[in-house]
Write a protein that binds this ligand. Structure first.
Ligand SMILES: NC(=O)c1ccc[n+]([C@@H]2O[C@H](COP(=O)([O-])OP(=O)(O)OC[C@H]3O[C@@H](n4cnc5c(N)ncnc54)[C@H](OP(=O)(O)O)[C@@H]3O)[C@@H](O)[C@H]2O)c1
Length: 269
């Protein structure tokens, strides 16, 4: 087979959607997953820009382990797809709130989607990736390094992804599969407009709107890092600064958050 196939989870909006356009531009056939009919609009936009690219939308929740297996088996037995060269485990959402105002259930659901959803993506793809000597990418976050007040559930899930990615890099590399850990800072998307269950809240404002990188720019950088089989890529300059501070000047970060937590203006805590 001369064609290449890229699977992206969570491609109905944001980073996943723009990664779909990037990979279409690179000539890959696409399998795009999400839980929403918005996927059809993404497919149509892909096809209006790249009419020759085959795009297969798949409505499936990453929490549904069996559904994910079936979707990947369908892809591999489809004669027009039949292989996997790039797999991007991107689907996720961000729960917020201080420990005392959220519940174990919020933590559990966050881990289910952001961590176990990624495992549900990886396992059924493994043989196909080994066969193609393909590329696996996990979308972490700057919060994979920096656990910030009111963000413990999300940070926990993204720290866990970093641990997963680091370990399996060594395991899969001898089998020809590269693992790229992607750590975005603020990127334009609806992620910060959603509630703790991942549903968009109409009147919510994006507190990072002024700092956020345009989604197409972020997707371009992410695709380039995956294609070059980079082990790690931090997206956005503010993300690089934040991770640098956490790694090399942790006392400064502690001071900053202690100050922020004590501020009378901070009504969230
Ligand atoms: N944007 C940022 O600033 C930023 C920063 C750091 C990391 N990230 C990470 O980047 C990834 C993409 O986020 P985004 O910013 O592009 O947010 P987004 O626009 O909200 O996109 C999230 C995508 O994940 C999908 N998704 C969520 N839960 C899912 C589930 N249970 N099953 C299947 N699909 C699911 C959503 O699809 P449906 O809801 O339609 O199913 C949507 O397509 C996430 O992992 C996020 O943590 C984003």
């Amino acid at each position: 087979m001369s064609h290449k196939v890229c699977l992206i989870t969570g491609a109905s909006s944001g980073i996943g959607e723009y990664l779909a356009y990037e990979y279409a531009k690179l000539g890959y056939r696409l399998v795009l997953t999400g839980r929403d009919q918005k996927l059809d609009a993404v497919k149509n936009r892909c096809n209006s820009r790249f009419p020759k690219i085959l795009v297969q939308p798949e409505l499936v929740d990453v929490n549904d382990e069996q559904g994910m297996k079936e979707m990947i088996n369908r892809t591999l037995s489809n004669s027009e797809l039949g292989r996997l060269d790039v797999v991007v485990a991107n689907a996720g959402y961000a729960s917020g709130g201080p420990l005392e105002k959220i519940s174990v259930d919020i933590y559990r659901k966050q881990m289910e989607t952001n961590v176990f959803g990624v495992l549900h993506t990886i396992y059924p793809c493994l043989d196909a990736l080994k066969k193609s000597k393909g590329k696996l990418a996990l979308i972490g976050s700057v919060n994979s390094y920096l656990s910030v007040p009111t963000n413990s559930a999300y940070s926990m899930s993204k720290y866990a992804l970093r641990a997963l990615g680091e370990a399996i890099t060594y395991e899969l590399s001898p089998k020809g599969v590269s693992v790229s850990m992607i750590y975005p800072g603020f990127v334009k998307s609806v992620i910060r407009l959603k509630d703790n269950h991942g549903n968009v809240v109409e009147d919510k404002k994006d507190f990072a709107a002024n700092l956020a990188m345009p989604t197409d720019k972020a997707a371009k950088q992410i695709a380039r890092a995956i294609e070059r089989r980079k082990k790690e890529k931090i997206i956005t300059y503010h993300g690089i600064v934040a991770i640098y501070l956490k790694r090399y000047v942790p006392w400064f970060v502690r001071l900053l958050f202690r100050f922020q937590s004590k501020s009378p203006k901070n009504k969230i805590l």
